[in-house]
Write a protein that binds this ligand. Structure first.
Ligand SMILES: [Zn+2]
Length: 77
């Protein structure tokens, strides 16, 4: 973990960050644009999707990711 991307993170990459965070919520996930610890908030409010807000206090990175619950782990690996 901790690599800084040289492009706007794709949805797949954002989902990867969320999955990394879900594995161990005590471990900070690095912001993809500056490497500072990312703040991730679970905003899931509906039974069909998980919503996560990813924000970084360092660079102002601010994205929202939704993960359909039906899709288990498509293309992970
Ligand atoms: Zn950042």
């Amino acid at each position: 973990m901790g690599e800084v991307l040289d492009h706007e993170p794709t949805v797949v990459e954002l989902v990867g960050l969320v999955r990394m965070w879900r594995k161990d919520e005590t471990k900070p996930v690095a912001c993809p644009s500056c490497g500072a610890p990312l703040e991730i908030h679970d905003r899931s409010a509906r039974p069909y999707r998980e919503w996560y807000a990813l924000t970084c206090g360092g660079c102002g990175f601010d994205r929202t990711v939704s993960i359909p619950l039906a899709a288990a782990v498509p293309g992970a690996s």
